[in-house]
Write a protein that binds this ligand. Structure first.
Ligand SMILES: Nc1ncnc2c1ncn2[C@@H]1O[C@H](COP(=O)(O)OP(=O)(O)O)[C@@H](O)[C@H]1O
Ligand SMILES: [Mg+2]
Length: 458
């Protein structure tokens, strides 16, 4: 579905309004300008006609026309267009001027002036017809005067003024558009800031968004988000407490059960004690693993508690704790890593990641008869901007086709051992929480290497 942007919606609305305003103003300017310019030129035609009327007189029972000394100017003011005129007497005799200038359709004998548009000698013209009545010795004489001109001057004037006004209007529209764009951007700035702030935040950061300088319209949104954060925080805390309670409630009876089995004489005699102890151990291991799996769920884990951790130090500590057991199990052990290698992380869950991988090596790097195979190596390497934690063994490794599936919950290849099938799932979740990449590869001639590559703390 197409997502709607407030900015583009506002800009669309503004542009449409401005286009409408522009169209209305251009057409009204054009209509008004036509009216005014035509009126101006029509008045000039009228003055011309009156000038002619002033030169008419009656002599010997006939209308006469006194031609001005300089003659009648037959060019328009700009010199571009032409002026035509004709003076007719009562008998339609042309006394002076041009013949056959078209008449208006309404050709009544009237005293008023008629303006009309017509074509004369293939050119469009604007003409004025006036009928003038004169008296001489009580007899009335009618003279019909037509003054006309071609339209160049009118068109030029309309074009010039229209271009000038349109230019100014365009500049004004552009300025309005620019100011509106700035206003739109300024107006939605708080929303953009909020969006940027939320995007920038860590996905697991549930601290409230600051309500300082937030405009009223956005405040209720920020308040709702903050309330949601509080709710989420509460439910995460509830899940964590619940996990801890389950762990405690199960661990205690399992420990008691183990003690009871250890002390039970009948079981000792029947030789079945080891079988029961193994089941109890598997149960407590699975309980622990299930709780760790729930705790490290990336959707629920609060990474705000992460702090700088030196992976080299942490590995040394785990190695010190485990080395005796590793030797007791019949393996060789090597530790490589001297340089401090700092990452941002949670030391407890990181320890769980290392232990799960070491436990797997201890459990699976064995012969079919269960004898320990070769050396288990724990390495911390600093490479460019990464800290690589590598745990490798010399066991049988994992068939290539299963390497992709190995981290799936409850996926197990070895059914003889009593694992939970959650170990590598936990490792994957912990790696994800640290933005680390996890990779498995079979070694030559044999063995498995697990590499976890963490981003180095800048
Ligand atoms: N180092 C290893 N060498 C060989 N196989 C391994 C190794 N680590 C894990 N595996 C295989 O991956 C499976 C899944 O491991 P894991 O998720 O830790 O579950 P679990 O250890 O509880 O079975 C194991 O059952 C085992 O078959
Ligand atoms: Mg395991």
């Amino acid at each position: 579905m197409k997502t709607l942007s407030i900015r583009s919606r506002l800009i669309d609305l503004l542009s449409i309004s401005l286009i409408i305003v522009a169209l209305v103003s251009f057409s009204s300017i054009f209509i008004f300008l036509n009216y005014k310019v035509n009126k101006h030129f029509d008045n000039a035609l009228m003055a011309e006609a009156r000038n002619i009327i002033n030169r008419l007189y009656v002599q010997n029972g006939q209308i006469q026309f006194k031609v001005p000394e300089l003659g009648i100017n037959l060019q328009t003011a700009s010199g571009k267009g032409s002026v035509f005129y004709s003076i007719e007497d009562d008998y339609k005799m042309v006394l002076s001027g041009f013949e056959s200038i078209p008449r208006p359709l309404l050709n009544k004998r009237i005293n008023d002036a008629i303006y009309y548009d017509t074509i004369y000698a293939t050119e469009p013209i604007r003409a004025l017809l006036m009928v003038h009545k004169m008296y001489r010795n009580g007899v009335g004489y009618y003279a019909t005067i037509i003054v006309a001109e071609t339209l160049e001057d009118r068109h030029d004037m309309i074009q010039e003024i229209f271009l000038a006004i349109s230019g100014v209007t365009c500049i004004l529209i552009f300025i309005v558009m620019l100011v509106s764009l700035i206003a739109v951007n300024k107006g939605i700035e708080p929303l953009v800031n909020l969006q940027y702030f939320i995007k920038k935040r860590d996905i697991n950061d549930l601290t409230p968004i600051s309500e300082k300088n937030v405009p009223r319209e956005v405040l209720s949104l920020v308040e709702s988000i903050n309330q949601l954060f509080i709710k989420l925080k509460k439910s995460f805390a509830h899940i964590e407490h619940f996990n801890a309670d389950v762990s405690h409630q199960l661990r205690t009876p399992l420990a008691e059960l183990k003690v009871l089995i250890e002390m039970d004489e009948a079981l000792k005699k029947s030789g079945e004690k080891a079988k029961y102890i193994k089941i109890i151990n598997t149960m407590s291991h699975t309980t622990q693993q299930l709780l760790m799996y729930a705790k490290t769920n990336p959707d629920a884990f609060d990474r705000v508690r992460f702090s700088p951790v030196n992976v080299t130090d942490l590995c040394q500590k785990v190695a010190t704790d485990k080395v005796l057991f590793i030797y007791q199990e019949g393996f060789e052990f090597e530790f490589e890593g001297i340089e401090p290698a700092w990452i941002n992380g949670g030391p407890i869950i990181l320890e769980s990641l290392i232990c799960n991988l070491l436990d797997n090596a201890l459990l699976y790097a064995r012969t079919a008869q269960g004898e320990a195979l070769g050396t288990i190596t724990l390495k911390v390497i600093k490479e460019n901007k990464s800290v690589i934690l590598s745990i490798s063994d010399e066991g049988p490794g994992i068939e290539e086709c299963y390497l992709d599936k190995i981290c799936e919950r409850f996926f197990r290849l070895d059914t003889k051992t009593n694992g939970s099938g959650l170990g590598l799932g936990i490792v994957k979740q912990i790696a994800l929480l640290h933005n680390a990449t996890l990779s498995f590869s079979n070694r030559i001639p044999q063995g498995l290497e697990v590499r976890v590559s963490f981003p180095l703390l800048a």
